[in-house]
Design a protein around this ligand. Structure first.
Ligand SMILES: [Fe+2]
Length: 285
């Protein structure tokens, strides 16, 4: 599951590997800017994450004086650009036509944050949806542990394919036709058009695929017997980086503070191996 690598590999990602770089392959923010993220944002946090939206050019999660917000925005924007350039040059085919999502800084200690179970990072899940429905597009995430002294710790219970085989029936996840109905497609078109002007509108969009993924995600978090079952522990040392298709590999973050997370939506058509969409539709299972 965890593979130590020096460069990204589409094939390994699609097979469900978590690719770990012992040293982050992307230049990190300067020492002063890292210190600013770790120590300077605390009094101004309004959400659990501080996020930069590259398309909208917008920062969320802070209520801060203009100088603080501008600096946080600059640091995240620059990091986002470096991560994008690195991944595009390392995986030109896989990233073709992708949608760069947020670059987030996660400032809070993950251990026992006391969030509601559906929002909790401490419970093992596969990601369902990112900025609304994905319609089968893949969720790629690139993480950096910016904590200079503590590891970040994940647990995993295996790939989506394994878990669907083992728990799909119990979770009530049927495979079969994932085509949206005609009225649903018309509604989705309207939402997409409106979403260009108001990005948050896309969040309410849905599809048969996204509903099944959401159901599986919720079943995992709501089923104590599943959470208590065996899992693999993964440790990410200070300043290491890792990347994974988070809709295809189960994960939970059980400890750690101060991480950078970049999210991308990779078109389903770029996949060469069966993706959750194919496994759920049964077409290429
Ligand atoms: Fe997740």
């Amino acid at each position: 599951m965890l593979q130590l690598v020096e460069k990204p590999s589409q094939e390994a990602l699609e097979k469900g590997a978590i690719l770990q770089f012992l040293r982050c392959p992307v230049e990190l923010p300067s020492a002063e800017d890292q210190e600013f993220l770790r120590e300077g944002l605390g009094p101004f946090l309004r959400r659990k994450n501080v996020s930069w939206y590259p398309r909208a050019g917008k920062l969320t999660g802070l209520q801060a004086p203009a100088s603080v917000a501008a600096r946080a925005g600059r640091v995240l924007r620059e990091h986002s650009l470096r991560v994008r350039q690195f991944l595009v040059s390392a995986m030109p085919e896989f990233t073709r036509g992708w949608e760069p999502g947020t670059c987030s800084f996660r400032p809070l200690e993950e251990k026992r944050r006391g969030l509601s179970s559906h929002a909790s990072n401490e419970l093992v899940h596969v990601d369902a949806g990112a900025y609304g429905a994905t319609h089968g597009d893949r969720i790629l995430r690139f993480f950096v542990n910016l904590n200079p002294s503590s590891e970040r710790v994940w647990i995993s219970k295996g790939t989506f394919a394994d878990l669907l085989g083992r728990h799909g029936a119990e979770a009530g996840i049927a495979s079969g036709d994932l085509q949206a109905s005609l009225p649903e497609r018309a509604y989705r078109g309207l939402l997409r058009a409106a979403g260009r002007a108001f990005p948050m509108l896309r969040v309410i969009e849905s599809s048969p695929y996204d509903r099944r993924m959401r159901r599986f995600h919720n079943w995992m978090k709501d089923t104590p017997a599943f959470q208590e079952g065996p899992s693999e522990r993964l440790s990410f040392p200070p300043f290491s980086a890792w990347m994974v298709l988070t809709d295809g590999v189960s994960h939970a973050c059980i400890a750690g503070q101060h991480a950078l997370v970049d999210t991308f939506l990779v078109p389903l058509r770029n996949c060469k191996l069966p993706a959750p969409f194919h496994l759920l539709s049964g077409a290429r299972a």
